[in-house]
Design a binder for this molecule. Structure first.
Ligand SMILES: Nc1ncnc2c1ncn2[C@@H]1O[C@H](COP(=O)(O)OP(=O)(O)O)[C@@H](O)[C@H]1O
Ligand SMILES: [Mg+2]
Length: 524
């Protein structure tokens, strides 16, 4: 089976191979063409050097010698004309027609064969337009074929004027041979014609193109072979292992393919994308597990502590409860026989404090004794309404504002009514202790959080709970109240009751303390 990553790899590597092949052959083409230019340029210079040598010999040696031995006005074309002699010599060298050709052309030439053709004329015009230029070279098409052309202007100097100036000054022989029309009337410095060498390059250029093309083909063929080898090794080295990793993920970890948020949406194109996605899923999962583990550990530590304290308290309560009962009983008997006002008052203090001690013990036993929950179907609105009437009376006596808020409709829960009422009552009493006496406000509310939880909450506008206390408020006997004011058992009881209901407690500060009890609606 071909993997998507393998297909991608194959596509990309072929693209790279093809591009590299094309690039190399283009480079090769230009390199070879450069070499060719170098070669032909050299050859063209050599031809010009030959022409120069011949002409210089004529001008400096042959012609003066002839003038010296010939009578005045005598002119021997074959031994004295630079153009004639250089053409004659170069014609003898021109036998390699395939190698190059040389021409010396002149405007209004004495021999009409040496009139400039179209290309030559355009070059003469070019030199006339830019007098500082001494040479032109480059590739040109002549007829059907490509040539490398090198040309230079031929300018008349003073020594040329004898034969090319006025007809009356010219040697008789020249007028006799060529007539008095062509080749006269020139001035020193004027461009009279052109030396031009052209080297055919057509076949070499074709060869270069052929070589570059076959080079490209070679790279391509080699590339395909290399690709095939790479493909096979890529499959065995990478793709197979990637598949194994993916299989492991699929077997042991059900990673979710669907991104949760739109911003997380990414394209899953190939195996690597899939592995990245699966790894992200795994990392998230591990993080969640770690956090859950921490929470569970804390919860367990706390419940261990509660159980231990509960056992201790239960034992202790029994030991104290009986003597307290005896004290109360005898105190009441004694009271009935008293008449003195002061003694009656004192006895009342004893009875009041004994009752208070009994209340603490009842709380302790409530906290410690495993209770049998009586679960019934409870409409949350009804629970709130029942409690509200009681809370309202208590709030009124302290001039505290009390309100309720109920999101409707709400699903019913199945729970122990007494336990739930006890929890909310304990929270309410704490709030009542916490709020400022004249401006106090306590709210009792319930809503469904959309996560199959019903949330009962009590919110007050008291001072809230300081951060250091947050971890301790649920501990039994932890209280910040004056001795005799609080037992520190209220929230411990709340905690154990909520645990029994399989619920959760949240505490936060939000303009006061907010306690929320989360009870599952689905599981019942
Ligand atoms: N609504 C509240 N606002 C501020 N502090 C609170 C509130 N409820 C509880 N507490 C803090 O938590 C402590 C423990 O509460 P609790 O277990 O009910 O014991 P007690 O009420 O006997 O002190 C309290 O002493 C108080 O410091
Ligand atoms: Mg309390």
């Amino acid at each position: 089976m071909t993997g998507k990553i393998q297909r991608k790899f194959f596509l990309w590597s072929s693209l790279i191979m093809i591009t590299a092949g094309l690039f190399l052959s283009v480079v090769l083409y230009f390199h070879l063409k450069n070499l060719l230019t170098f070669e032909v340029k050299d050859k063209a210079h050599l031809v010009f050097a030959q022409v120069d040598a011949v002409q210089s010999y004529v001008r400096k040696v042959l012609r003066p010698t002839m003038y010296a031995i010939l009578p005045r006005n005598k002119f021997v074309l074959q031994a004295m004309s630079t153009s004639y002699i250089s053409r004659a010599v170069m014609e003898r060298m021109n036998f390699h027609k395939d190698d190059y050709y040389y021409r010396r052309v002149a405007i209004n030439a004495r021999n009409p064969d040496f009139e400039p053709d179209e290309l030559e004329m355009s070059l003469i015009k070019y030199f006339e337009a830019s007098p500082q230029l001494k040479l032109w070279e480059g590739y040109k098409k002549i007829g059907q074929d490509e040539y490398y052309v090198m040309a230079r202007p031929v300018r008349f100097d003073k020594s040329c004027m004898y034969c090319h100036g006025r007809v009356s000054d010219a040697p008789r022989e020249i007028v006799n041979i060529y007539g008095d029309k062509r080749g006269f009337g020139h001035h020193p410095g004027e461009i009279g014609g052109l030396d031009i060498v052209a080297l055919p390059v057509q076949s070499v250029v074709m060869q270069i193109i052929g070589t570059s093309f076959s080079y490209a083909l070679m790279v391509f063929a080699g590339g395909i072979f290399v690709l095939a080898v790479l493909n096979v090794s890529f499959k065995s080295l990478v793709v197979n292992d990637l598949r194994k990793i993916l299989d492991i993920f699929k077997t042991y970890f059900n990673y979710d393919y669907k991104p949760r948020k739109l911003t997380e949406q990414r394209k899953i194109d190939d195996e690597i994308d899939e592995i990245i996605y699966a790894t992200q899923g795994l990392a998230k999962y591990l993080k969640e597990v770690e956090e859950e583990e921490k929470r569970m550990l804390l919860k367990m530590q706390h419940s261990e502590k509660m159980i231990a304290v509960g056992r201790l308290a239960a034992g202790l309560a029994h030991e104290i409860n009986n003597p307290l009962g005896v004290i109360l009983c005898y105190a009441q008997i004694l009271r009935s026989s008293l008449e003195d006002e002061q003694q009656l008052k004192d006895m009342d203090v004893i009875i009041k404090h004994t009752k208070m001690a009994q209340k603490v013990l009842t709380d302790l036993l409530n906290f410690a004794r495993p209770k049998k929950a009586e679960k019934t179907k409870l409409p949350p609105e009804e629970v709130i309404a029942g409690l509200a009437s009681v809370f309202k009376v208590q709030a009124d006596t302290r001039q505290v504002k009390f309100t309720t808020r109920i999101d409707s409709p709400l699903p019913p829960i199945i729970a122990d009514r007494a336990a739930l009422e006890q929890v909310l009552t304990n929270l309410f009493l704490n709030s009542l202790d916490a709020v400022p006496p004249d401006k106090g406000h306590i709210e009792l509310y319930v809503y469904a959080d959309g996560n199959s939880n019903l949330v009962f909450g009590i919110r007050d506008n008291g001072p809230g709970i300081i951060d250091e206390d947050m971890d301790r408020i649920f501990d039994p006997f932890y209280t910040t109240k004056e001795p005799g004011q609080g037992t520190g058992l209220g929230l411990a009881v709340v905690y154990s009751l909520v645990q029994e209901m399989d619920g959760d407690i949240r505490v936060k500060n939000d303009g006061g303390a907010v306690f929320e009890i989360l009870l599952k609606t689905k599981q019942y």
